[in-house]
Structure formats: C-alpha cells, structure tokens
Design a protein around this ligand. Structure first.
Ligand code: ADP
Ligand code: MG
Length: 705
C-alpha cells in the first residue's frame, strides 16, 4: 500500500484550475505515454515531474532608446496612443504606442479584441511590458507582448520563466499554471538520501529541487548540471537500482538446485551440429553450466551481437537441464521466432532424442490440451513458445531452466511476472542482442551475471552498408533485380512512420504492391497484423526460396534467420534507432555469401541524422554503435519504450548523469545489506522514493519474501 502521505501526489490533476476533461486527457497522453489508453488521466506527480527544457529571462530592462536588435526585454512605459485598425479591415493590426521619454515603442496586436486591449493598456497609465523585440521600418515594436502588467502586478511577477516541452493543444501558459498549482500540493517528505552525501554534493532536498526547477531564480538553476536536476536524477537512479537489487535479492533468496547434467545429450547435439562451436560459445556454455551445477539459483544474462550464435548456447543449456531429469522452456517475443526456433531445434533434438513442443497463442482447443497434458506428465522435455508459456493453466512437471530470448523485447513488468511464475528454484538465462552500453546495462539488469559472445562464427564477410536518398529508389530496385536474377534473396523493411499500426501497414502494403508488380510472383509480405498461418506460409516460402523478396514491417527485426538472404533494404532508415538498424542489418550476413544493406533516407537529412547513419557504414560492432547512438541522442530516445520495452528515465539523462549510476548501485546494495526489509527510518523513506518513481512491484517483493 502506498503511504497516505503520497496521496496528494497521485491524485488526479483534474481538480486544478484550468484543467478540464479534455486537457486532462491530452496531458495524460503526453505525460504518461507508457500508460496511454483512452481513459488515462493526469496526476499531480506527472505535472511535477515534467521539468522545464529552458527558460525565458525577462530581467533585461533597457530604456526604449537602448532597445537591442532582438531578444526578450521588459520595458516600463506610458500608454500614449491607441491606433485601432480601420473598421472592417481585419488585415491591419491594432497598434498601441507607448513611451518612456527616450523613444516610442509600438505594441502590435493581430485579430485582437479592442476592448481587452483598452482594458490592459488604459490611456496615460504606466505599464510593464515584456516580450520579444522586433524592428519594423527602423521602429521598435513588440507583437503580442507576453505580459502587460501594472507596477503592482510586476512586483509579484517572476522575471525568469520556465519553458516546458509542449504537445499540440496545450499552451505553455496553461501548463505553467497547472504545474505551479501542482507544486502547492507537494507534501513535506522525509529525506531518503544520506545527509552527508547530500551535503558533499550541495544538493537540495527533493521538494526544494522541484521548486528550484519550476521556479528558477537564475538561468543556470535549470541547466543539465544544475544541482536540483542532479539531485532528482540521482533519486531516480537510486530508485531504479534499489528496485533491481530487491528483485535480485528476492530471487537469490529462493533455494537453488543443482542441474549438473551428464553430458550425454549435449554430446549428441554437438555431433549433430553442421559446424563447430566458436571459442566464445564454448566459454559461455561453460559459465552457464557452472551456474546450473551449483546449488545457487542461476540469474545470468547472455549478451551477444546479432548472428553471434546465441540459440545453440541456449539449446545446450536446456539439454543440461533435461539430462538432469528436469524440463526446460525457451520463451521468445514473437510467433515467427517461436516457430523458427522450433523448426531448427526440432531437427537437432530429434538427433539427440529430446522431446520438444511448441506453444503459442495459436495452439488452441484440443491440440493445446494435448500439449499441456504431455507437459504436465513430463513427456515433453523442452517447450518453446511466446509468452503463452506462462499462462495460468500451463503446468510443467518439473521446470528446471527458463531461457528468455531477445529479452529486451519484454517489458520490465512481463519480466517480473515471469520471474514470479517461474518461482522456486528455476534457473534463469536471459539472452539479448541489444548491445547495451555498460552504463545502461546497469540500469536494466542491475548486477546480473553476464556472459558475452565476443566473436562471431568464422567465415562471415563484412556487410556492405550504404546510405542512399529515396530519390534513387529506382537504382536500388534495379540492383535488387540483378541480385534476384542471380538467385539471391532480400528483405525490404518498411518503417514505423506513424505511431499507428494501421497507417504503417498501409505504407508496407503499398510498397509490396509496387514491388510485386515488378517482380512477378517472387515477392511476399509479412506484418504484425497478419493471421498466424498466413505469416508462416510466407516465411516458409521465403526460407525455401519460392519467394526471393520479403517486404515487411519491423516484425523481422528480432532473430529471424534465413542464411541465404544477402540483401536488406531499409526505407526511411533515419527514423529508426541505430540499435534497431543494427538488429535489422543482422538479418543478412548470416551465411557465407557477400551481403549488403541499403539504408534509404528521406531528404533533407539533418546533420545528426547524417552522422548517425554514417556510423552504420563505419562499423558492425554493436557496442560501438550503441555507444555512439547514446552519445548522439541521449538514453531516453535510444531506449524509446516502443523500441525496446526498457524503462525510460524521466529525470535522469544518462549522457549527463551516467556518472551517478555506479554510486547509485553501490548505495542501493549497501542499503539492502544493512536493512534488507527497508524498516529503518531511512528504509521507510526509501520506500517512499520507490513509490514516487512507481517501482511498486519491487516493494511487493519486500513483503513477499
Ligand atoms: P543470434 O545470436 O543472433 O540469435 P543465431 O543463434 O540465430 O544468432 O545464429 C546465427 C546463425 O549462425 C545461425 O544460422 C546459426 O546456425 C549459425 N551458427 C551459430 N553458431 C555457429 C558456429 N559456431 N559456426 C557457424 N555457424 C554458426
Ligand atoms: Mg537469436
């Protein structure tokens, strides 16, 4: 239960002045994108956590004679003359001339109500006017001043105004007003950070930090290095590390079991492989087997770039579980991938005598019942599937090892749910190809044990990557045509343009029709909305070579393995994250053929976008690509929830605050060693921190164990 102290922060913002139902919805979609459904509403805390991106400094107060060429100024002057437009002529603006004795400044209003202008600027009165200066025929003017106030009001007006990121339909003034009201609801919270630590950094309290950012007193008060920002960033990082440490502690508390295996099945599997394992694969398997053989529960991450051969590592680990008399499960994020893994692993398992089954959302009715019965009886030794594996009625006789493939595609929530379901002593191996820079790995995995596949299977040729404007599409298609004539296969990826599947789909379908008209009968289309069997058929036809060009949305991004495919065209490449481009490119270069990757972009292309795409041409090293992407775009974007399901920080910017991460991890670990249940006064305050950043699942683990 959330402490009542926090209730005012999690209350709806709809009670605030100026926030009607419509605005409430709009703000919710904008400020809580991860939760956005039609009924989502805005809460006070969402407003408080919406930090300014800049500010307007109104402190410069020149006389009219000294007005600068441009910029924001505040002028004190007397109203001299109203110059309304001629009647019926809406094109001419309403002008008001004001003077301070050194010169005349004219205020310009288009489409304005004369009444309200007269009320704001009565003849002969002195007013403080603030806005952006403009020059027209060598006369200074301010069009639509931001503020026109009396001396008395001016005394109360902040001269430094925060500027907030906006969304359509929400004005800066409205948002600032709502946030100012939200600030008044902020209760006094106990301090959860170590006082000596705060003092050393000169950081303010949580409340003072929020106030300092929303009501800045100097321009430097809101910069990325501002003490208030750093404080809040650290709060967020600490809550993240604390939550991860709690998850880990909870899992480690569960008694492990030893699954040493006999080596029999593994020997047969290795004999059936058409290749020999790489050094990196052999080492990773040894690390995994050491964990499985020990009495402690395994919690290991296998990180390996696309095409490095993670699947066979997983298979050998699963075989060791089976050798020990237990069952294994392999969970993957998509239906296509589940079927592909099932097909390749079935062949190998057949050779070794391991019984394997597939379970996805598509197995239904009788067939599904049979699969479940065999599983419960222990006749099925390996189960492969999507998250359908962890539905309530799926019971294993004795589940020893769970492997999660492409695990970055699963959200944190799913991962926690799965870990709860796997429960007991089940070992856990998660695999990812997302090359996560070290700093980020910490935020996502905490201190999970990590194995890395640092080399790719021998004999792979580099992928020839080129960046090409869309205007040269015709040449690209010519090139494809030649490649296909020589019997090569290719992917054509259509981007996610809108945040709406329907629109993206239309784009992919259109491209498919155009290409199908050109390459009669050789082109297929796959996308996420297709019915399962249709998808299978197209994938199978591409795999066996009936089709030689596969048009798709990003459904092929993860894991699809067709070694004969040697070219990939990615449309609107500038819209993809680099990590995602790297994943997509990893669909080719998997066999012995020379492969190419064409990144098509829409002109004009900005400098940063150009720099990003050119990194793709320079390197195939996923880690370097990720580091560069992080540097160019910042962590938030790189880890956009849509792309990766990874948590997105609201306060911390890892390109600035990454240095705080290791401290936060050490801090979290120390806290839990001293106070594993968070019962001390600081522990209690830290619970509040966890709730503030909505790490509620982690708190539940505290009471569970
Ligand atoms: P990923 O790490 O991206 O999941 P996969 O496991 O799909 O990679 O392997 C990519 C391709 O490399 C597959 O076609 C697989 O059969 C092949 N492969 C895996 N290990 C080796 C190896 N040691 N030597 C040669 N080919 C390998
Ligand atoms: Mg894979």
């Amino acid at each position: 239960m959330r402490p009542p102290l926090l209730n005012p922060l999690f209350a709806g913002a709809s009670g605030l002045k100026g926030i009607g139902e419509k605005l409430d919805r709009l703000l919710a979609q904008f400020l809580r994108p991860a939760h956005a459904t039609a009924g989502t509403t805005t809460r006070i805390i969402d407003l408080l956590f919406h930090l300014p991106s800049g500010l307007v400094d109104r402190r410069f107060r020149p006389s009219i004679a000294e007005l600068p060429r441009e910029g924001v100024v505040t002028v004190e002057a007397r109203v001299m003359r109203h110059r309304p437009p001629p009647p019926m002529n809406r094109k001419v603006p309403y002008r008001v001339d004001v003077s301070d004795g050194t010169g005349v400044l004219s205020l310009v209003f288009f489409h304005a109500y004369a009444d309200s202008i007269r009320r704001a600027l009565p003849d002969g009165e002195t007013r403080f006017i603030s806005g952006k200066i403009d020059w027209f025929n060598a006369e200074p003017q301010i069009a639509h001043p931001d503020h026109v106030v009396s001396a008395e009001e001016f005394g109360r007006m902040p001269l430094i105004e925060p500027v907030y990121p906006l969304t359509e339909g929400v004005s800066g003034k409205l948002l600032a007003k709502a946030i100012a009201q939200a600030l008044e609801k902020l209760p006094d919270l106990p301090e959860w950070q170590d006082p000596a630590f705060l003092q050393r950094h000169g950081w303010p309290s949580f409340g003072a930090a929020l106030r300092a950012l929303h009501h800045p007193e100097t321009p430097s008060a809101i910069g990325p290095e501002a003490l208030a920002r750093r404080r809040l960033a650290y709060d967020e990082l600490l809550s993240n590390q604390l939550a991860l440490s709690l998850v880990r502690a909870n899992m480690k508390r569960a008694q492990g079991r030893s699954l040493p295996g006999t080596g029999d099945l593994r020997r047969r599997l290795i004999a059936a492989l058409p290749y020999s394992l790489t050094m990196a694969q052999t080492e990773a398997i040894a690390e995994i087997l050491r964990d499985m053989g020990s009495g402690e529960r395994m919690l290991r991450l296998l990180q390996g770039d696309v095409g490095s051969g993670k699947t066979v590592v997983a298979l050998l680990a699963l075989a060791a579980a089976v050798e020990s008399g237990a069952q294994g499960a392999l969970m993957v994020p998509t239906e296509i991938l589940a079927r592909q893994h099932h097909a390749t692993l079935s062949r190998l398992c057949g050779a070794a005598g391991i019984s394997i089954a597939l379970l996805t959302g598509r197995e239904k009715g009788k067939a599904r019942e049979e699969i479940l019965a065999r599983l419960a009886a222990g006749e099925t030794q390996l189960l492969i599937g999507t998250h359908a594996l962890f539905q309530a009625d799926v019971h294993f006789r004795d589940l020893g090892l769970v492997v999660i493939d492409e695990q970055h595609r699963f959200g944190v929530h799913q991962r926690l749910a799965l870990q709860a379901k796997a429960g007991g002593a089940t070992d856990l191996l998660v695999m990812t190809a997302t090359p996560i820079p070290r700093t980020l790995a910490l935020t996502v995995y905490g201190d999970m044990d990590v194995s890395k596949l640092t080399e790719k299977p021998a004999g792979r040729l580099p992928i020839d990557t080129r960046v090409i404007p869309m205007s040269r599409m015709e040449e690209v298609i010519e090139g494809l045509s030649r490649a296909m004539a020589q019997g090569n296969r290719a992917y054509w990826v259509c981007p996610l343009v809108e945040e709406s599947e329907a629109v993206d789909l239309a784009a992919a379908e259109e491209r498919f029709l155009a290409l199908a008209a050109r390459f009669n009968g050789k082109v297929g289309l796959v996308h996420g909305r297709m019915k399962g069997p249709d998808k299978d058929r197209v994938m199978a036809e591409f795999k066996d070579g009936t089709l030689s060009l596969l048009v798709s949305t990003t459904v092929i991004e993860v894991g699809v393995d067709v070694p004969e495919a040697t070219a990939i065209v990615i449309e609107n490449a500038e819209r993809f994250g680099l990590a995602q481009l790297h994943q997509l490119r990893g669909r080719v270069g998997r066999g012995s053929g020379k492969s190419s990757c064409l990144l098509l972009y829409q002109e004009p292309l900005g400098e940063t976008a150009k720099a990003r795409l050119s990194i793709m041409c320079e390197t195939e090293d996923g880690f370097r690509i990720a580091e560069e992407d992080l540097r160019l775009r910042g962590a938030g974007e790189m880890l956009g929830t849509r792309q990766s399901g990874l948590p997105l920080f609201r306060m911390a910017d890892l390109s600035v605050d990454g240095d705080l991460l290791a401290t936060a991890r050490d801090d979290a670990q120390l806290v839990l060693i001293r106070d594993p249940k968070l019962l001390s006064p600081r522990g209690e305050a830290l619970r509040i921190l966890l709730y503030l950043f909505e790490r509620d699942e982690a708190i539940r683990l505290l009471s569970a164990g």
